[in-house]
Design a protein around this ligand. Structure first.
Ligand SMILES: [Zn+2]
Length: 629
C-alpha cells in the first residue's frame, strides 16, 4: 500500500499534468496545489488589469477557504459609501489573536494597500504573496515568526471610482480607482486629524493589532529614471534611536541588495529639486504625522513607504512590490526578537519620559533637511531640454537610454522646532471633536469630576494667519518657512503664556506617561505641523465676536488719551512711524479698543492647558477611557 502522503503527491502531480495545457500561457507560479489555477486575477490577465473590490475579496475568500488554518479575513470598519473594510491575516499556525501573538513575541507586520486607489501595485502583489505563503507555500518561511496583516483595499470607495483616466502619469493597469475617498479626502493626509471614517477604522485596527512594522504601498509621480522600485524608511531625530539604526543600517541596505538581486533596480525615494532639470539634484522632506509613515513614528513603530515607479509596466511594478515585501519579511523573521524588543523599549522609554517629566527635556516637533548634502549616484534617463511654445518654459523630454549622474541630495534631517512636554494636557469638555480625535488615537484619557480653574501653561496665538484656500476640506493655518531652531523663521503664531483657565466637569486629562504620548504632544502643541490648531479645530477661538461702533470707539479713545499720557505718546509714535496704520481709520480706532477692558481677553487664547503635574486636578475615578494596550 502506498504511503498516503505519497499518494497525495502523485495525485497532485497528475492533476497538474491535466491542468497544464490550460495554464501554459500563464506563469508557473500559483498553479499548485490541487491542480487549481491559483493565479491572481492580475496574473491571469497578464498584468493588463487589476481586479475590482468584489473580485479581490472573492480571491481572498478562496485563499482563506483553501488554507483556513493560515489565513483569516476580518472586517475592521465601513467606508462612507458603506463598503466593508477587510484585513487578511496570515499566521502559520492559526493564531490570529494579537494579544496571544504579542505574548509569544511574534512580530506583526501590517501592510496597507490602495490608500491611493489608482496605485494598485501593492494590492496585486499582496494577493500573490498571501497565496505563496499559505496556499502554494513557496514562501511559507516568511511566516516562520512573522504574522502578516494585509489591508488589501484601504480606500475602498475610491477604488470603485474605477476608470481608465484616473492616473495620468501612470503606465497601467488599464483601469484603476481614484486617489481620494468618497468625500474627496486624501486619506494619506488624515492620520492625525482623523476626519474620514476610514481613518477612524484604521486607528481602531492599529490599536487592536499594534503592529511591529508598518508598510504603505504606493506608486510615484515625478521624474523618469531606471529604478522600478523606490522606498523610504524614516530614520530622523524623531525616531527611537535603535529603530532608526535598524532601518538605516540593516533594513535599507538589505532591501536594496535583495530586491536588486531579484532583478528589480531599487533606490531610496527620488524627488528632484527641479522637475525639469535632474542635474539640480534631489530634495527630501520629513514625513509629518499627517502621512501614514510619519504617523507610525509617533506610535514608536518603524514604517516603510514603497513607491513603485509609475512609468514601468504593471508586471514589473507588481513583481517589484512583491520582492520588497518578501525582502522585508525575511529581515523581520530573521531579526524578530530584536525588532519586538526595540518596539517595546521605545514604548517603555516614552512612558518613562512621561513619568519622569524632566522640564529640560525637548521633544522634536518639526524637522527639516540638513543643508549639508551628499553625492548620490543617480541612475536617471537621458534627457534634453528645449523651449516649449506650449508652456513658454523649458520642456524636458526623457529618452530611453540610462544615464548615470552624480547629484547632490540632503544627507539627513535636523530638529527645526522643539518643545518641552508637560506632564499632562487638559482639554476643556466642550472641545468634543478634539477629545474624540484623541480617543480615536488610542490615548488613555481621564476626566475631571467637577469644575476646576487654575493657572496653567498655555499659549497665546495672536499672529494666526490662514491659508487662502481650503486644504483637505479644512481652513488650515498658514505656516511661515521653517528656519533654524530659535530663529524668527522657525517661530509660529503662538507664544507660551501662563493663564488662569476654567475647565468644566468632564474635561479630558491626557497624562503623558503612556505609550502613544507623542501623538498627544503633536496634536495638542499648537506649533506641531499637524496639530489641532494647524488643522483648524480651534479656528473659532481666533475670531472677533464683538465690535465697537466707530462713534463709540471715538469717545473711548479720547477718554483713554486724556487719562494716559504714555498711551498718547505710543499712539503718536505709531502714527509717525507706521504709514499703513496712519492711513487706516479702523486700525487707529482698534488700537484703543484692544487696549481697553472691552476687548475679548480670550480671543487668541489657546484653551488647552499644559499641566506640570496631576496634583490638585479633580480626576473622576469612575471615568477612565482605557486607551490602547
Ligand atoms: Zn500614493
Amino acid at each position: 500500500m502506498m504511503d498516503p502522503r505519497k499518494a497525495l503527491v502523485v495525485l497532485a502531480v497528475s492533476l497538474v499534468l491535466v491542468e497544464l495545457p490550460a495554464l501554459s500561457a500563464g506563469p508557473k507560479v500559483g498553479s499548485l496545489p490541487r491542480g487549481e489555477d491559483w493565479r491572481t486575477p492580475t496574473e491571469r490577465a497578464e498584468y493588463r488589469t487589476t481586479p475590482r473590490y468584489d473580485e479581490t475579496m472573492a480571491y481572498l475568500r478562496r485563499l482563506a477557504a483553501a488554507a483556513p488554518r493560515q489565513l483569516k479575513l476580518e472586517t475592521f470598519g465601513v467606508t462612507g459609501e458603506g463598503r466593508d473594510l477587510y484585513v487578511a491575516i496570515a499566521s502559520k499556525d492559526g493564531v490570529f489573536e494579537p494579544i496571544t501573538l504579542h505574548r509569544a513575541k511574534r512580530p506583526i507586520v501590517l501592510i496597507q494597500n490602495s490608500i491611493h486607489a489608482g496605485e494598485m501595485d501593492g494590492k496585486d502583489s499582496c494577493l500573490a504573496l498571501l497565496r505563496d505563503m499559505v496556499v502554494t507555500r513557496e514562501k511559507a518561511s516568511l511566516l516562520e515568526r512573522a504574522v502578516v496583516v494585509v489591508i488589501p483595499i484601504y480606500n475602498a470607495d475610491g477604488h470603485e471610482r474605477f476608470g481608465p483616466h484616473n492616473r495620468i502619469n501612470q503606465n497601467g493597469p488599464e483601469e484603476a480607482g481614484w486617489r481620494t475617498q468618497s468625500r474627496n479626502l486624501n486619506l494619506n493626509r488624515d492620520y492625525m486629524k482623523a476626519d474620514a471614517p476610514e481613518t477612524r477604522a484604521f486607528l481602531k485596527l492599529w490599536n487592536r493589532w499594534l503592529p511591529d512594522f508598518f508598510v504603505d504601498d504606493h506608486v510615484t509621480d515625478g521624474a523618469d529614471f531606471v529604478y522600478d522600485t523606490t522606498y523610504s524608511l524614516d530614520s530622523g531625530p524623531d525616531v527611537f534611536p535603535a529603530l532608526a539604526a535598524l532601518q538605516r543600517d540593516v533594513l535599507g541596505p538589505r532591501l536594496e541588495r535583495s530586491v536588486a538581486d531579484a532583478g528589480h533596480p531599487i533606490a531610496p525615494f527620488i524627488a528632484l529639486k527641479d522637475d525639469a532639470d535632474p542635474s539640480q539634484g534631489m530634495v527630501t522632506w520629513p514625513s509629518t504625522p499627517r502621512y501614514s509613515t510619519g504617523y507610525v513614528i509617533l506610535q514608536n513603530r518603524p514604517g516603510l513607504l514603497v513607491e513603485m515607479h509609475m512609468l514601468k509596466d504593471y508586471r514589473s511594478r507588481v513583481t517589484g512590490n512583491y520582492e520588497v515585501l518578501r525582502a522585508l519579511l525575511e529581515v523581520v523573521n530573521r531579526d524578530a526578537d530584536a525588532l519586538v524588543t526595540m518596539n517595546r523599549d521605545a514604548d517603555a522609554a516614552t512612558v518613562a519620559a512621561g513619568r519622569r517629566h524632566d522640564p529640560a527635556a525637548r521633544f522634536p516637533l518639526r524637522l527639516e533637511a540638513e543643508s549639508a548634502t551628499e553625492t548620490f549616484r543617480f541612475q536617471g534617463r537621458s534627457y534634453r531640454r528645449t523651449p516649449s511654445e506650449v508652456s513658454g518654459a523649458l520642456r524636458i523630454e526623457y529618452g530611453d537610454a540610462p544615464a548615470l549622474m552624480d547629484v547632490r541630495r540632503p544627507s539627513s534631517f535636523r530638529v527645526a522646532y522643539a518643545v518641552a512636554p508637560p506632564a499632562a494636557y487638559i482639554v476643556p469638555a466642550q472641545w468634543t471633536s478634539v477629545i474624540d480625535v484623541l480617543a480615536f488615537h488610542g490615548l488613555r484619557l481621564r476626566r475631571t469630576s467637577r469644575p476646576w480653574a487654575a493657572e496653567v501653561e498655555t499659549y497665546r496665538c495672536d499672529e494666526v494667519k490662514w491659508l487662502d484656500r481650503p486644504f483637505e476640506g479644512r481652513q488650515v493655518l498658514f505656516r511661515p518657512q521653517e528656519g533654524p531652531p530659535g530663529s524668527e523663521a522657525s517661530r509660529g503664531a503662538c507664544e507660551p503664556a501662563k493663564e488662569t483657565l476654567s475647565f468644566p466637569r468632564g474635561s479630558a486629562v491626557i497624562p503623558l506617561d503612556q505609550r502613544a504620548a507623542k501623538v498627544a504632544i503633536h496634536f495638542l502643541e499648537p506649533e506641531g505641523p499637524d496639530s489641532a490648531v494647524a488643522w483648524g479645530f480651534f479656528n473659532a477661538v481666533f475670531e472677533q465676536k464683538e465690535y465697537g461702533e466707530a462713534y463709540v470707539l471715538e469717545k473711548l479713545a479720547r477718554d483713554m488719551l486724556e487719562k494716559d499720557p504714555r498711551l498718547k505718546e505710543e499712539f503718536e509714535r505709531k502714527l509717525a512711524e507706521d504709514r499703513d496704520f496712519a492711513a487706516s481709520p479702523a486700525t487707529r480706532l482698534d488700537f484703543f479698543y484692544r487696549r481697553s477692558p472691552w476687548w475679548d481677553s480670550r480671543m487668541g487664547l489657546y484653551p488647552v492647558g499644559r499641566l506640570a503635574s496631576l496634583e490638585g486636578v479633580p480626576l473622576d475615578p469612575e471615568r477612565q477611557e482605557p486607551g490602547a494596550p
